[in-house]
Design a protein around this ligand. Structure first.
Ligand SMILES: [Cu+2]
Length: 275
């Protein structure tokens, strides 16, 4: 799912790159260190002879370093260069993840979706393109090869929106609006792809069922879905009303139990800024 036509680097690709570079360098350093240790173990092995090798180190002896500390200086300098470049490089990539791919030039094609967490489910609010909006409950449908921006909040207690496979996570806190983004993959042969959305903040007894599907579909299919949603019972706000036009039968079950727990909200909103 890495190849993208739009040339936007996805979060998945960024984190994979960071992981592989650190894994590669770590492995390299490990090999050098272990090889050097083994070389010395072999060089100074006990061969039964009693003669004292001139350059054999003895217990408690301090290393003297060759060439007036040049060896030490070079190894320190090299390590510093590697570590500092890694920090700068990683920081740059993380800034890209923070700011999004359209930080410099706004992406007109980007899709905006508002996400509302509630005990225990997710509502996705879309712009219908005609000045109105419609809701999808339990299923976030998005077109392929597109940058999707989310504004995440909660209507009751603290939740955390996450789509692990897309490396997306955002706080869902009442009256706070956390922005995050992800890039949908270009679909191979028009087959839709599905990812899971979960809650990552223990929020009550229904927490572990607080899931939704993120479905990536071809562009035309997405447009058809938007028309269908917008013309269906668009504009209706009742929580129960949305369940009907969705395929997400299991999600509606979760929503229903939410009603009874709404009162929990009071004590949760009381505590101020965490993280
Ligand atoms: Cu939760």
């Amino acid at each position: 799912m890495i190849p993208l036509q739009s040339g936007v680097q996805s979060r998945v690709a960024v984190f994979e790159e960071i992981f592989l570079v650190f894994l590669g360098l770590g492995t390299l350093v490990g090999i050098v260190v272990v090889a050097y240790v083994l070389y010395n173990v072999y060089k100074y092995r006990h061969d039964g002879a009693e003669d004292r090798d001139e350059d054999r180190p003895s217990v408690g002896e301090l290393p003297t370093g060759g060439g007036s500390g040049r060896k030490l200086f070079v190894s320190f300098g090299l390590s510093a260069i590697i570590v500092i470049s890694l920090i700068v490089w990683t920081y740059g990539l993380l800034l890209y993840v923070e700011d999004g791919p359209d930080a410099n030039e706004p992406d007109e094609e980007a899709l905006e979706i508002d996400v509302e967490g509630f005990a225990f489910g997710w509502t996705f609010i879309y712009d219908d393109g005609q000045g109105g909006e419609f809701e999808s409950s339990g299923e976030m449908v998005v077109p392929e090869d597109t940058t999707v921006w989310l504004t995440v909040t909660s209507t009751d207690v603290w939740h955390s929106f996450g789509a692990p496979e897309l490396r997306v996570k955002a706080d869902a806190i009442p009256n706070e609006y956390d922005r995050t983004w992800f890039q949908t993959p270009a679909l191979d042969g028009g087959e839709e792809e599905q990812y899971r959305i979960e809650c990552f903040e223990l929020c009550g007894e229904g927490h572990s069922q607080m899931e939704a599907d993120l479905v990536v579909v071809p562009q035309e299919e997405y447009e058809g879905w938007v028309d269908e949603q917008a013309s269906g019972d668009g504009g209706e706000n009742g929580g129960g009303g949305d369940g009907g036009n969705e395929t997400a039968g299991n999600e509606t079950a979760g929503n229903e139990t939410a009603g009874g727990n709404e009162t929990d909200g009071g004590n949760e909103t009381a505590d101020g800024g965490e993280n």
